[in-house]
Design a protein around this ligand. Structure first.
Ligand code: G3I
Length: 333
């Protein structure tokens, strides 16, 4: 067959595939007043054109999976590397996507130097400089910042961090972030708090006390790293989200993925995975303060849990049943 006929055939097949997979999620989400996001690694934008294409086609929000963490941004004290983060911000802007910044205070992925023994005054200066520099650089470009990530441990008590030397470091982090970009909405983000229980109770108490003290906190992120034994069930999750909503907080699903591993046939597990994505999206759509639904990656190939295929596109960018479940759910009245 002559070359041009091959191109026509390939173009036809491409259009057919697109038509078969239906309207992109971002188009449907926009109609529902929802932002649908994915966690992004900027090096993949350069290495894998299909990654960039699927990301821009399906999502209208992105979050830095790793490149806006302390360890990536401030490798040596006072020395900032913004290359990868800038790339991500440029990509989002070119593709009309909102950005979620992640994260300003976390106990992980910190640079080695921050474990030196600093005095409270030194730590205050370090925290202030980091937040002022990072949030300030992207002022007006980042819609939401995860100011605090996973402060409460699985035992429902605050975790130990190098920031502890500074009393009220958490409050200060929020205040510095507000000063650096008054328009960005500021979030507390955590996992394992989707349902009712000691950990979500502890987070609730913490956020309530921050609000009562007038700390500039706008919202709470529920990560939703789940598996096929979706626990809590949807009704408990809805109940939990509602109490946070009553604190006046905006609610985001921030890092959803669902591990496929477990008993049963592959087809059954894919169905169950789809059902869990659908249930969590429904909980969000039914909660008037839930405005963002974000997945922790695009394709199974690059997931932090790649072996358990937790995302909605497989490693070849084929939409999985979970993709179609989200698409259907967004189309339901
Ligand atoms: O960048 C280095 C690279 O230079 C090196 O060659 C390679 C070898 O292992 O490691 C690379 O760093 C890895 C980094 O991801 C980037 O790929 C780290 O080892 C690895 O630990 C790091 O994992 C990230 C993890 O946070 C760190 O705890 C995951 O990608 C990221 O998905 C995960 O994200 C967290 C959220 O921030 C908070 N909520 C939970 C979520 C899942 O754990």
């Amino acid at each position: 067959m002559p070359l041009h006929l091959w191109s026509v055939l390939l173009l036809g097949l491409g259009l057919l595939a697109l038509a078969q997979s239906g309207p992109p999620l971002r188009t449907l989400a926009e109609k529902r007043g929802l932002q649908i996001g994915a966690a992004v690694e900027p090096n993949l934008l350069l290495q894998d054109p299909e990654y960039a294409r699927v990301l821009a086609r399906e999502f209208n929000l992105l979050v830095a999976e790793n490149v806006m963490k302390w360890g990536a941004l401030q490798t040596a004290r006072g020395q900032f590397n913004f290359g990868a983060a800038d790339l991500l911000v440029d990509f989002a802007q070119k593709n009309q996507m909102a950005i979620r910044g992640h994260t300003l205070v976390w106990h992980q992925q910190l640079p080695r130097w921050i474990y030196d023994r600093f005095t409270p005054a030194e730590m205050e200066a370090i925290l202030h400089q980091h937040i002022q520099t990072v949030v300030g650089r992207y002022r007006g470009k980042i819609a939401y910042w995860d100011v605090a990530n996973e402060v409460i441990g699985d035992d429902a008590r605050p975790r130990t961090t190098p920031f502890d030397v500074l009393p009220d470091y958490l409050e200060k982090a929020f205040r510095y972030a507000r000063a650096a970009d008054p328009k960005a909405k500021l979030f507390y983000n955590d996992y394992g708090a989707e349902g009712l229980g000691p950990k979500s109770d502890a987070i609730y108490a913490l956020l309530k006390s921050l609000k009562e003290k007038g700390v500039p906190l706008d919202g709470v992120g529920f990560q939703a790293h789940l598996d096929l034994n979706f626990s809590p069930e949807a009704a408990r999750m809805a109940e939990n989200l509602e109490r946070f909503a009553r604190l006046g907080l905006e609610i985001h699903i921030t890092e959803m993925d669902v591990r496929l591993s477990g008993p049963g046939s592959r087809a059954e597990r894919l169905r169950k995975q789809a059902q869990i994505y659908q249930e969590v999206l429904q909980v969000c759509l039914r909660q008037p303060r839930c405005k963002v639904f974000t997945l922790w990656g695009v394709s199974d190939a690059y997931s932090w849990r790649a072996a358990s295929e937790p995302l909605i596109f497989d490693a070849d960018y084929q939409p999985k049943p979970a993709y179609f479940a989200l698409q259907r759910t967004l189309q339901q009245p």
